[in-house]
Design a protein around this ligand. Structure first.
Ligand code: CTP
Ligand code: MG
Length: 173
C-alpha cells in the first residue's frame, strides 16, 4: 500500500513540478497571442509561452534528477521521452482545460472545479500512454491512478487553505 503511494507520487512528480513551475515562471506573451475565436479568447491570458517553456524545462530536469535517485522511468532515450511526455502532457492538459473553459464562457481565472485541479494529471497520463504504452501500463496500475486522482484535489485544497491562513490568498479555495 505505502509502496504504491510512494511510487505514484514519484512517477507523477515531473508533471506536478511542470505544472507548478509554469505558475511561478509564467507571464508575458500569451500562447494564443490574444486572439479570439468566435468572439471568445482561444486560451486566454493565463496561458503564456514563458509558463509553457519554463514548466516543460523544470519538469524535465527534475525528472532526470528523480530518475537517478529512484529509477522508475527507465534508461537512456526511452527514459528521456517518458519524462518529457509527463511534463509536456501536464502543460497540454492545462492548455486543453483553458480551451474548454473559454468555449464554456468561463473567464480566465474563474473556477471549473475538479477539472482545474486534475487537468495536468489527465494530460500527463494521456501523453505518457501515447508515447510509451508498455512503460505506462507496467508502471501505473489502476491503484496508482485512483490514488493520484483523489490525492491531487485534496492537496490543492490543503495548500490553498494554508495560503489563506498565511494571508497569501483572499479566499480559502
Ligand atoms: N501560467 C502561464 N502559462 C501557462 C500556465 C500557467 O503563464 N502555460 C501562469 C499564469 O500566470 C496563470 C497561472 O499560471 O494565471 C495559473 O494557471 P491556471 O490556474 O492554469 O490559469 P488561470 O489564470 O486560472 O486561467 P484559466 O481560467 O485559463 O485556467
Ligand atoms: Mg486557475
Amino acid at each position: 500500500m505505502i509502496e504504491i503511494f510512494a511510487e505514484a507520487i514519484w512517477l507523477i512528480l515531473p508533471a506536478y513540478i511542470a505544472n507548478s513551475s509554469a505558475v511561478l515562471i509564467g507571464g508575458g506573451k500569451p500562447i494564443d497571442f490574444g486572439k479570439k475565436w468566435r468572439g471568445k479568447p482561444i486560451l486566454g491570458e493565463g496561458k503564456t509561452w514563458r509558463g509553457l517553456a519554463g514548466g516543460i524545462i523544470c519538469g524535465f530536469i527534475s525528472g532526470i534528477i528523480l530518475n537517478k535517485i529512484w529509477n522508475l522511468f527507465g534508461y537512456g532515450l526511452s527514459s528521456f521521452l517518458i519524462i518529457l511526455s509527463l511534463s509536456c502532457g501536464a502543460l497540454l492538459g492545462d492548455i486543453a482545460k483553458s480551451f474548454l473553459k473559454r468555449r464554456l464562457n468561463i473567464a480566465r481565472g474563474k473556477p471549473l472545479p475538479i477539472l482545474d485541479q486534475i487537468d495536468f494529471l489527465l494530460g500527463a497520463f494521456f501523453l505518457a500512454f501515447i508515447v510509451n504504452k508498455e512503460w505506462f501500463l507496467s508502471s501505473f496500475t489502476i491503484y496508482h491512478i485512483l490514488f493520484l486522482l483523489i490525492l491531487t484535489p485534496i492537496l490543492h485544497l490543503v495548500t490553498n487553505i494554508i495560503a489563506y491562513l498565511l494571508g497569501l490568498k483572499n479566499v480559502p479555495w
